[in-house]
Design a protein around this ligand. Structure first.
Ligand code: DGL
Length: 273
């Protein structure tokens, strides 16, 4: 039973840094990753459409890989569909939502930023997080639509200058507002977190949820007696992590990109679902 894989799900490559973090603590586990790139971008779709897409895609993934736990490594999918997924599938789900609470705990200026997709920025779930955990803070939200596209489609083909140009409007927005803690509320943005930090001149604490989410997944596995123990450390083998993608009509060039990502994160390319 506990040798079933741990599943990680996102609309694209955003969940890969989460898989990497979890694998560091659980090197004896097997992992499967699904990039639902055929339905990318999630962040520009409406609630109802998105919920249906996610339930279907997760269903395909569950059927193909029979995981013991699934990490929805996508803020947009988590705020929109986590409850529905828990209703429909009989496995434990861990979600990823904007780290508003730790940001509010850290902010001295009581002024925090949330950089996410349009869906996440506008969703009542985020509104609710803010009123629960950051009621005494000014919370500035910015939808980084172009940033999501750049990371998913042009991460390898862009220069640092080109990436910086795409980040610039968000950087200008937050630095003009004395924000001192910035929530990276879209998993894709982790790929440009260092650059963001540099552009904000180190004056803003950047917060993502990788560590908290990895620890939460480990706790859930332990409590359910599903955790396969092994020595901590980054596994160098690709054999314990497999990558699946969706989207039959995507070009060879897109496959190429995914081959590059699978190399970068040490995943074995396992084709389309
Ligand atoms: N990675 C996803 C998130 O964390 C969103 C990307 C998309 O718009 O598909 O919100």
């Amino acid at each position: 039973m506990n040798n079933r894989p741990i599943a990680v799900f996102d609309s694209g490559v955003g969940g890969l840094p989460y898989l990497e973090r979890l694998r560091k603590y659980a090197p004896a586990e097997d992992f499967v990753y699904f990039a639902d790139r055929g339905n990318f971008p999630y962040g520009e779709k409406t609630d109802a459409v998105l919920r249906e897409i996610i339930v279907q895609s997760v269903g395909k993934f569950v059927e193909a890989t029979d995981p013991k736990l699934m990490l929805i490594a996508c803020n947009t999918a988590s705020v929109v569909a986590l409850e529905e997924l828990r209703r429909q599938y009989d496995i434990p789900f861990i979600g990823v939502v904007p780290a508003v609470k730790p940001a509010a705990e850290l902010s001295k200026q009581r002024s925090i930023g949330v950089l996410a997709t349009r869906r996440t920025v506008e969703d009542p779930y985020t509104e609710n997080l803010i009123s629960r955990f950051a009621a005494d803070c000014r919370v500035l939200r910015y939808a980084g639509v172009e940033i999501v596209q750049m990371v998913e489609l042009n991460y390898f083909s862009s220069t640092e200058e080109e990436r910086a140009a795409i980040l610039q409007p968000a950087v200008d927005f937050f630095s003009s507002q004395t924000v001192d803690a910035l929530v990276v509320g879209c998993t894709h943005f982790i790929f440009v977190e260092e650059l963001l930090h540099k552009m904000l001149k180190g004056s803003v604490e950047i917060i993502d949820s990788r560590e908290g989410v990895a620890q939460q997944a480990l706790r859930v596995l332990e409590e359910a007696h599903l955790f396969r123990h092994g020595k901590n450390g980054i596994s160098n083998s690709t054999s314990n992590s497999r990558l699946f993608v969706s989207g039959n009509d995507l070009s060879y060039r897109e496959d190429e990109r995914y081959h590059q990502f699978s190399k970068m994160f040490k995943l074995e390319w396992s084709g389309r679902l």
